[in-house]
Design a protein around this ligand. Structure first.
Ligand code: PMP
Length: 397
């Protein structure tokens, strides 16, 4: 039967999503991104932002933006793609500074992390190659892998024996294996076992792609991310991808790797070539954010202290946490309706924590994804723990 209206196509699907407690909404913020926010008109403490170091509303970055608009030779927008006229000196300097910071040959900026992941996977993985991805990789890595010409196989989350088995098979078939993993898993907060992955990659001549969206800025020496957290560094066959919308507090993303990789992305990556460069002013903001990140050991230390405070308190309450050492501290609640109820109850007590439900997480694993920031205070963490205790005691928990 022909479908004759958009309404007809979607009405049933939308209703089903509502009935399953999976309908998503966009909370409306009336204030800057920071712990104390006004969301949907209500004052609350925000515990679900990725602004791990509190840079999204940092006075030093805001002042730099005002100065740049008044005094520097730049506009707000970039006007065109990088290969046309969009590549501004500010983008160029930022790429060099990011490469210096990470100790890699070269860095390439992207407008979003989603696009960076599509670009790397589509360009690097070719017909005959085998992409081996962790089962809990971010959606953009999954989409990139599915869109590439390579075979795509997933291994159970952080299961190194399963990964090795796949590598053995690929090696026996004389195919190029490419391991793809989040550095910090976005919905669980745990870390990929990168020391083990790096060793396997060496043993089987595999390449490694690490999406460290949640690691850069928050982990490692000078915030150099998950590899640095483990005392490792990238070799010539490792590609790192970072986003600039999380610990950097801005927006956009970057790919870090060898000169050959970056040149290949510039020449062949469709999500790089056919899109407008991110605003010039964003590059200015990220350059300032990078300066802060490099010397933000005190912020990272404070974040770690808050993480420990939260975990200790939550465990005492009997809440089910993940084995996560990072600022992402999910609380497992199981079914979606329950997660929504808790989120609503917390809202009534002045805390904003989104309920994360399938398909973002597996069925039966709905959760509150608590994220902590160095901007939170110990008192705010204690207040959150008190509010969670109320949820536990409440009749419908
Ligand atoms: N990778 C991971 C692990 C992420 O969590 C995200 C953001 N949700 C992205 C990539 C996409 O980054 P961006 O928001 O810059 O598109």
């Amino acid at each position: 039967m022909p479908i004759n209206s958009i309404q007809e196509r979607f009405a049933k699907r939308l209703n089903k999503r509502r009935a399953e407690h999976l309908y998503r909404q966009r909370p409306l913020a009336f204030s800057p991104q920071q712990p104390q926010m006004k969301i949907n008109g209500v004052e609350c403490i925000n515990f679900c932002s990725n602004d791990y170091l509190g840079l999204a509303n940092h006075p030093q970055i805001k002042q730099r933006l005002i100065d740049a608009l008044q005094n520097d030779q730049l506009s707000y927008g970039s006007g065109a793609a990088h290969l046309v006229t969009g590549h501004h000196l500010q983008h160029h300097l930022l790429e060099d500074e990011l490469a210096d910071w990470l100790g890699v040959e070269r860095v390439l900026l992207f407008s979003t992390g989603f696009m960076a992941n599509l670009a790397v996977l589509q360009t690097l993985a070719q017909k005959g190659d085998v992409l081996l991805g962790d089962k809990l990789n971010h959606a953009s890595l999954v989409d990139g892998a599915l869109q590439s010409d390579a075979d795509f196989k997933r291994y159970p989350h952080r299961d190194m024996a399963a990964l090795e088995k796949r590598l053995q098979q690929t090696h026996a078939q004389q195919k190029q294996a490419i391991i793809v993993t989040d550095g910090v898993f976005s919905m669980d907060g745990d870390l990929a076992p990168l020391h083990h992955i790096q060793q396997l990659a060496k043993d089987y001549n595999a390449w490694t792609i690490i999406d460290d969206a949640h690691g850069f800025g928050a982990l490692g020496t000078q915030g150099r991310g998950s590899l640095s957290h483990f005392g490792l560094s990238a070799d010539a066959n490792t590609v790192q991808i970072g986003t600039l919308g999380k610990a950097f507090g801005c927006s956009g993303a970057f790919v870090a790797g060898s000169n050959t990789l970056i040149e290949s992305l510039i020449q062949f990556a469709r999500p790089y070539i056919y899109t407008t460069a991110s605003p010039q002013l964003n590059a200015v903001a990220v350059r300032e954010a990078l300066k802060i990140i490099k010397s933000a050991d005190n912020k990272r230390q404070k974040l770690q202290t808050l993480i420990e405070q939260f975990r200790t308190g939550a465990k005492q309450l009997g809440l089910q946490l993940w084995d996560s050492p990072t600022a992402i501290q999910p609380i497992l609640l199981g079914d979606s309706a329950r997660a929504l109820r808790w989120s609503e109850q917390l809202k009534q007590q002045g805390f904003w924590i989104a309920a994360i439900r399938p398909p973002t997480v597996p069925q039966g694993q709905a959760r509150l994804r608590v994220t902590l920031s160095a901007q939170h205070s110990a008192q705010q963490i204690q207040n959150l723990l008190n509010a969670l205790a109320v949820c536990i005691e409440s009749a419908d928990s």
